[in-house]
Ligand binder design. Sequence first.
Ligand code: FAD
Length: 488
Amino acid sequence: MAKKIAVIGSGVGGMAAAIRLQCRGYDVTLYEKNDTLGGKISEIQLGKFRFDTGPSLFTLPHLVDELILLNEKFNIIDFSYQKLDKVTKYFYENDTFISNDNPHNWDLFSPNNKNRIVNYLQKNKLRYELAAPIFLQNSLHSIHTYFSKYAWNALLKLHSLGIFQTMHEENMSNFDDMRIVQLFDRYATYNGSDPYRTPATLNIISHLEHNLGAYYPTQGMIAIRNAMSEMIKICGVVCSTGAEVSQILVNNNKVKGLIVNNIHYEYDYVVSNADICHTYRKLLPTIKAPERILAQPKSSSAMIFHWGVQGTHPDLELHNILFTDNYKSEFEHIRQGNIYSKPTIYIYISSKVKKDDAPAGCENWFVMINVPHDQGQDWHMLAQNAKENVVKIINKRLNINIEDRIIAEQIRTPLHIAQETGAYLGALYGNSSNNMFSAFLRHANYSTDIKGLYFCGGSVHPGGGIPLCLYSAQIVDKLIWSYDKSKS
Ligand code: FAD
């Protein structure tokens, strides 16, 4: 008889783990406390406007394709996406902008700086190829990882990984145009970190976007969730929504099952995709928690203004950034738990590509600023102040009166993100990566104390963001499978 596995949480990591394990032949049940699957990949409808509420940028799409290849019955799933020619349009304070396609075409910059950009991206390609097998694609906590040839390779070239410098320091030493420094510093925010603290290793994120490409699913970001939900249905994962797990049952240091709605269920393995802090504090109340790991500083969060906007704005593209003139101050404010009055503003308009996301003649604006994770701030007041500042900046930079064009609105703060997805303190990406040891201070994908207990998703190794969550599911799948094989 197939062994039974429970997966707690249907974020992208939990769904991928459930699909992989079911396709291996295990008998998998997925428990999700919300009524819909997807966790942070979610959507809202405001009148005739549809909005993605979570991720908007999609890299390494082959990680979803790999899931589709696991079962030939998945062939019927229509998951199409396009590579973006222009990823982000950057607006700077001095009214210059770059419509980002190929860095060779960034005419705004001097030929000297353009050459440096090409060399910089090549350096980060090599760095990524060195770091990914050890830091992203395998368990950093398994001894086997360190006996592999790629581990020795990485160790021998440790200096080139950039762990002894910050991202900002390295970018400053590469470019003499502050606009380029700011552009590349911004990649720290892709995992909720601070470019003035996070190691230069994280500059590999620019390689993902510029060399490997950024993509957009034809049916919007929610299509990632929808494709995975279909796979779950087709391969036979039992899916229980509106089902909050209240405890993981453990006996003699071995997982026994879990409790949902006061009913005990037995399982051979449990995979928690819930935030690691929630998993220990709520689901394992009698087990000694790894306090040092749980106490690591959390990543930043986001404040999002979902605006149904009347009129179309040809100056804007799918992804747009209005940069602040003082990035340093913006991050200093976040470090202190505050929001800078002149923040960098990200505007994502999915209706530029997926036309039916807004009624004719209108656009759906997802306007986001980086904010600290929740530390008990008055989010209602902060949101009112932030909205005033954001409106002022947009009006000045785009030369419009945006407040007159907003016909639908919903504002989301870190409190919403925490309540809806169980993200501890509303942090988007679990722990921040603001020091050189961060990678080693994320929780492993398995428990060293409780046999049969595994973890996936953005709050554990290798970290947050869709691709890394998908890697965490791959790692968990391999760990369970090889453990089982070693026992048989
Ligand atoms: P989560 O999405 O965190 O889901 C966990 C699930 O577990 C939730 O559904 C929750 O309800 C459920 N759960 C928790 N506790 C229980 C319980 N006790 N019982 C049952 N169910 C439970 N990433 C990118 O790659 N690109 C981006 O552009 C990007 N932008 C982002 C913007 C925003 C606003 C946000 C919020 C995130 C963004 N991210 C982005 C990050 C990315 O969305 C996440 O890293 C990823 O989706 C997290 O997936 P996960 O597997 O960790 O699970």
